[in-house]
Structure formats: structure tokens, C-alpha cells
Design a protein around this ligand. Structure first.
Ligand code: FAD
Length: 345
């Protein structure tokens, strides 16, 4: 549709009764599929089952057949595909247009997307065009078994309370979810489903942005959300020069260094190493927290780690409420002892 036609076609929010299906936007940028897309298919499966509706994946891009195959492997029953050279590089406007066109045509009940750079960019544009609500950065999604209402829970007021939000009158109900919050579903090789190929009319002349060059991030954080062992430091480490204590432990066990906002604001770590509400969400096998108090804004970014080991001199520190193993003690004594022990093994 041209810009004029788009303006003219005022979105009518789908009435509750006529909307159906749980949709997951698959994020495919520069040849990489974001893992959160599969985490959301796992979560979407539960929602679709609770509503008795179908689970669909939305794949937008150029030459994306292999992405469709993966979407089936991770549990989509149906995949809507918009394969168009205009979608070769991610840009807000054509991506939003493709999702909006599909939504107007097929009227999903729920649409989910990762709270990634792309999701945080495209989803507000989609919600605005569809004239519906959007709950960003959800940590819990559920269907009320009595009312069948979609309940989206997210931290509010700086993470001090959890707010559960419902979108009672408008459809679709839209939420973004942070990577690593939901568990990965099982991948079943060769699973098949229905492919719906859509010819959405996208016109290059309508778009104001062009991708000139793509420069990949080189920062350490690019790997933080994939790290299996994380050694995280808080203000308890005291100074930049003491960081060596944490680094030696990380070296001994193949860990990646991360930390709290306090450690970042002190200049000991870069922002992309920050774990928590305003940083990265991580889910490693082992998370070792050194001198971290356990503020809620930090816990929301790491509490789903498989094993949490905390070292803190304060026995009342909140980090111990989520720790599998807690060591009450001075980290300057405990950590070198741990490092020496790991090195021996
Ligand atoms: P502190 O709370 O000061 O804790 C230091 C801990 O070290 C204490 O528990 C102390 O007992 C212990 N300690 C001191 N000396 C030793 C020693 N020698 N040996 C052992 N233990 C010792 N924080 C984040 O981390 N990530 C976020 O994304 C984030 N986002 C935020 C968003 C908002 C809107 C707001 C309001 C806050 C946010 N915060 C975030 C900040 C958060 O509230 C806390 O202030 C921060 O996490 C505290 O960092 P900390 O644990 O390093 O420091």
C-alpha cells in the first residue's frame, strides 16, 4: 500500500471474538536468528494450548526458507512468510508494514516478539498502526483459566513491583519478552506444518531509511547472554584494581565477567556487561555473584540461572534468597581460595 493508502486505511481493532491464533515474530537479522524467537515459540505453545488456538510464526526477510524450517522445528504449526528483497536488511518501516498487513488480514489474538533492539523498535510501530496496546519487557505470560484473559506481567516502578497488565478491548494483544527469560523448547528435526506465503505490497519509494553498512558489535557483551559461566561483581569488590580477583576466578573456570549497575557506574565494567533490568538478561549454567547485594533490578536479570553461587559478607543480603549456594564471608579471602581450589582440579 502507498503511504496515502496506509493513512486512509484506519485500522479497526479486531473485536475480541474474531481474533484467533498466537503469533511469534521470528527475528532474523544479518543471517542470524535470535534465540528469543524460539523461546517465545515455547511460551506461545502454552498460551495457544490454553486458548485452544493455533501457534504461528511470522518470518519476514529475504530468502528465508531455512528460517521457516527452523520455526517448524521449534513448534510452529503454521508459518506466515513475507519474503521480499525490500526486507533484506532490517528497517523499521517495511518490517512494521509487513507485520501490520498480515495482522489486519488474519487477526491474531496475541503477538509476541523479543525485547531486543529489533522488537523494541518495530513493535511500537506495529501497535500504533493497529491501534492496540503493547506491554514491553514481560517476564511472565499466562492465560487466566477462568476468564481466558491474557495476563502480561512486567516489572514496574523501577522494578519495585510486578505489574500484571491486561488488554481487555483491543486485539491483537501484544507483548515483548526479554531474551533468556523463557525456557528453550525442544527442537524436533524435520517437523512440518503449514506455510502461508504472503505477497505484501511493499514499495521502496515509501521508505525513508536505507541501510548503508552493517557493522557487527565487537563488545564482550555480544557473548554475555550466551555465556555458560558468569562471574559477576558488585560494589563489594571495592575498586577497579580489585577486579583482578574476579578475573582470575573467571580464567580458572572459563567464565565471563559481568556485574551490577553499581559496578558499571563506578567505571569498572562497560554498560554492555551490566546484568539486570536495564542491562542484559542472562541464564547461564553457573552465575557467581561477588559482593552483590541482590537488588530486585539485578535479580530480574539473572535469577533464572541454573546454579547461583553468592559470596557476600552480609548474611541478610537479598542475593542469598535466590542463591543455590551462599558463602557468607569477605570476598577478598573467599575468592582467592576458590580460585586456588579450581586451579588444582
Ligand atoms: P550494593 O547494593 O551496594 O551491594 C554491595 C554488596 O557487597 C553488599 O551486599 C555488601 O554486603 C557486599 N560487600 C561489601 N564488601 C564486601 C566484601 N569485602 N566481601 C563480600 N561482600 C561484600 N542494578 C543492576 O545490577 N542492574 C540493573 O539493570 C539495574 N537497573 C536499575 C534500574 C532502575 C530503574 C533502578 C532504580 C535501579 C537499577 N539498578 C540496577 C540498581 C540496583 O537498584 C542496585 O542499586 C544495584 O544493583 C546495587 O549494586 P551492587 O549489588 O553492586 O551494590
Amino acid at each position: 500500500a502507498s503511504a496515502e493508502e496506509k493513512k486512509a486505511s484506519k485500522a479497526q481493532p479486531a473485536a475480541e471474538g474474531e481474533a484467533s491464533g498466537v503469533w511469534v515474530i521470528v527475528e532474523y537479522i544479518n543471517g542470524n536468528i535470535s534465540q528469543v524467537s524460539w523461546e517465545l515459540l515455547g511460551e506461545g505453545r502454552k498460551l495457544a494450548d490454553a486458548l485452544g488456538t493455533e501457534l504461528c510464526a511470522i518470518v519476514t526477510g529475504y530468502q528465508v526458507d531455512h528460517v521457516v524450517t527452523e520455526a517448524f522445528a521449534y513448534g510452529a504449526e503454521k508459518v506466515y512468510v513475507v519474503d521480499n528483497p525490500i526486507l533484506k536488511d532490517y528497517r523499521t518501516e517495511p518490517y512494521a508494514d509487513a507485520i501490520v498487513d498480515l495482522s489486519r488480514k488474519y487477526k491474531p489474538e496475541i503477538i509476541l516478539c523479543g525485547a531486543t533492539s529489533m522488537g523494541r523498535d518495530v513493535f511500537p510501530a506495529v501497535a500504533t498502526q493497529l491501534q492496540t496496546g503493547l506491554t514491553a519487557d514481560c517476564t511472565v505470560l499466562e492465560i487466566d483459566p477462568e476468564t481466558r484473559l491474557f495476563k502480561m506481567t512486567r516489572p514496574a516502578f523501577g522494578g519495585n513491583i510486578m505489574a500484571t497488565i491486561q488488554c481487555r478491548t483491543h486485539r491483537p494483544q501484544m507483548s515483548t519478552v526479554r531474551p533468556r527469560v523463557m525456557a528453550m523448547p525442544e527442537r524436533v528435526e524435520g517437523r512440518e506444518g503449514i506455510i502461508v506465503r504472503e505477497e505484501v505490497a511493499l514499495n521502496e519509494a515509501d521508505y525513508r531509511t536505507k541501510v548503508v553498512e552493517f557493522i557487527a558489535a565487537t563488545a564482550k557483551s555480544a557473548f554475555l547472554d550466551k555465556a555458560e559461566i558468569i562471574v559477576a561483581v558488585g560494589l563489594g569488590i571495592g575498586s577497579q584494581k580489585n577486579m583482578v580477583i574476579a578475573e582470575e576466578l573467571a580464567d580458572a573456570i572459563g567464565g565471563t565477567i559481568a556485574g551490577t549497575r553499581g559496578a558499571v557506574e563506578s567505571g569498572w565494567l562497560s554498560h554492555d556487561q551490566q546484568v539486570g533490568q536495564t542491562g542484559v538478561t542472562v541464564r547461564p549454567k553457573v552465575y557467581i555473584a561477588l559482593g552483590i547485594s541482590g537488588a530486585i533490578q539485578h535479580l530480574v536479570g539473572m535469577q533464572t540461572s541454573d546454579y547461583i553461587i553468592a559470596v557476600n559478607s552480609d548474611p541478610e543480603a537479598a542475593i542469598f534468597t535466590v542463591a543455590n549456594y551462599g558463602i557468607v564471608g569477605d570476598l577478598f579471602q573467599v575468592v582467592p581460595a576458590l580460585t586456588a581450589e579450581f586451579k588444582e582440579r
